[in-house]
Design a protein around this ligand. Structure first.
Ligand code: ZN
Length: 289
């Protein structure tokens, strides 16, 4: 039976207007980690947030507190964000990874790098663009600097693929010897972010077709929508999954907590013939020491 890694994208930059259970504080993120592990998750991805306002935090201390809270309560692997478009300078984006790496208790298991420069303005058919000036710039020099800092911190790189172009940048960094030949990758699908492939089997297959190595462990996520209809296709293709309140408030499940979303995804993984991977199994599948 195929083991399927389930990552929780617990908060991203989601506010609480559509679901009040989006975790912001370290305490809330740690509680979610424990609940999500019980429900079948293996990996926690989070963005440090101001506990009162939900504003993005770039403080290494806030990231460290959340990682410690996750590890006190769970065995989940942890992957903090680099801050995406909320920080412009590529080295500022990895400053907290460098700081967290100095202490094994706070050192992340993985750090994501986005191998594309994109417009992030969501487009909704019938409503138009919801914003028009959110460019997310990742230069080659910036990516190279981030890869170096992440590796020096003793953290594994998780390569995020936004489109076919990203797969080619991945292949280039591998050929140059700057990224390992075996590393976890994540495929971003989105109906709203037009730089991404659509949330369809064809959209997914186009990226998988261009992966530099068909044996790479890959996860799929849907940014800005439910993603639930794609689970069967991902499990059939031997992939892994990423879900959470950071991407979608899941009104179709009532007003769920992250663990409720995980439980529903696990139910569908099993219906598709898979079985959720434990954190230890995920570590092995992702090639982490
Ligand atoms: Zn994120």
């Amino acid at each position: 039976m195929a083991k399927v890694i389930l990552e929780v994208r617990c908060n991203e930059y989601a506010m609480r207007d559509r679901n009040p259970h989006v975790p912001w504080s370290a305490e809330e993120i740690g509680t979610d980690a424990a609940e999500c592990e019980d429900a079948g998750a293996a990996l926690m991805h989070f963005h440090a947030r101001n506990p009162e306002t939900g504003a993005p935090s770039h403080e290494a201390g806030d990231y460290g507190a959340a990682i410690r809270a996750c590890r006190e309560r769970s065995a989940l692997l942890v992957m903090p964000t680099l801050g995406a478009h909320t920080l412009q300078d590529p080295l500022e984006r990895v400053a907290h990874i460098t700081a967290l790496g100095r202490d094994p208790a706070s050192r992340p298991d993985l750090a994501p790098i986005d191998l594309a420069t994109t417009n992030l303005d969501p487009y909704r058919s019938g409503r138009g663009f919801l914003s028009e000036d959110t460019a997310y710039v990742n230069t080659i020099a910036g990516l190279r600097a981030q890869i170096g800092e992440i590796h020096r911190a003793g953290v594994a790189v998780h390569a995020v693929l936004w489109n076919v172009g990203s797969t080619r940048v991945l292949g280039a960094f591998q050929e140059l010897g700057e990224l390992p030949h075996r590393l976890p990758v994540e495929v971003v699908l989105s109906d709203q972010i037009l730089a991404c492939h659509p949330e369809t089997e064809r959209g997914l297959d186009a990226i998988l077709d261009f992966l530099p190595d068909s044996g790479l462990p890959w996860l799929a996520l849907c940014a800005g929508s439910t993603g639930l209809p794609l689970i069967e296709a991902v499990v059939e293709r031997g992939g892994h999954l990423s879900f959470g309140l950071g991407d979608w408030p899941y009104p179709e499940l009532g007003t769920p907590r992250n663990a409720d979303v995980v439980a529903e995804v696990v139910r569908r993984i099993r219906a598709a013939g898979g079985e959720p991977a434990s954190p230890a199994e995920a570590r092995e599948l992702l090639g982490l020491a």
